[in-house]
Write a protein that binds this ligand. Sequence first.
Ligand SMILES: [Zn+2]
Length: 396
Amino acid sequence: MLTDSVQARLDRARNADSVISVVDRTGRGVGIATEATPEGDSTLTWQFAAEQVRDVAVGASKQFVWDATSTETGTGRSMIHAFYRPEKAPWRRSAEFAQFTVAHLSDTVLPYPYPQMTTIEGPIGGGIESLMVTLMGDLSSSEALFGVTYHEISHMWFPMLVGTNEKKYAWLDEGTTTFNETEGRSAFYPDQNAWVRSEHNHRSVTFVEIPSMRHADRYPVDGPARFVASYDKPGVMLHALRGILGAETFREAYRMYAERWTYEHPTPYDFFNTFEDVAGRELDWFWRGAFYESWTMDHAIQSVSCQGDSTVVTVADEGRLPMPVFLKATYADGRTVERRVDVDAWLNGRRQVEVVLEGESVSRVVLNPDGVLPDLYRSNNEWTPSAPSGKSESTP
Ligand SMILES: [Zn+2]
């Protein structure tokens, strides 16, 4: 269907790391980009073939230009294509964004198994995934286009490769994808703290929460409840889970889940089981708090006192979502120590725990120092001798 010159540029893109303009503004049209139609016939017939796919979409416009490149996936090389109207400036980086995304997810989740990935500028708000193709709307900045590109391409893994039920368990594909997207933003824009921003998104809407474990049709039509439950909150909770399990164990469990359930149809219980298998510990308290309830977490420093030659920090749990205590203390000489209190401390109903630190010269105590836990009120998380911790504020 394509002319020899277009084929030649596509062949170059097949092994190129740079983006090749396959059809530019002046190269469009019959006889230039596509073969001339046979005499007496006004149509060309295109045929498409794909293996191991559960969805399909097509985009066509005589206004499109076509960029292409390719990337290593770990098991071979996949082509990347972008189709868009050339006057839409952010789209000039679309192939580059898609290339980064396929490479990054191949590295951090599983190798991308398909021969190509295509981004198309389409008539939609935001974006929508199909297999090996995504349509994305009129995004005003290149940063916005990057975020949606990473999000939609992440759906090639969840739910395209790992075929979960998108209506019954929306959080299982949108939550993993939101987690991946924030990871992608952090990698592509390293000077922005994408996780802090995401966490704040969650905290600011926490009062409209409805649990994530609910059919997508069963949220109020108005308001952000479905979005919070399916996107932001599970993204934030997976980030917290990584902080609890450690980056290495989390990554191994996440990969194992994808590997076990590629081309299969897992449920949330399969997700939970894989994490417990890999971590070697029971996490019921986490799954319940994160996905079945809309509880919030609030740890607070209640008091800091010297007892003998030790410093005793009393930490109160003022929320309902049980989480381990992450504590960091700084001494007058600048030395720091970190302590963790396992979540078991709370599971029998206790509301306070004591953390004993050696020495009396503690000059600062901070809870949740890296911000990985979804603690709702941050103002009661820090203590210094001059600014003793008070009670929780009444508003976030
Ligand atoms: Zn999505």
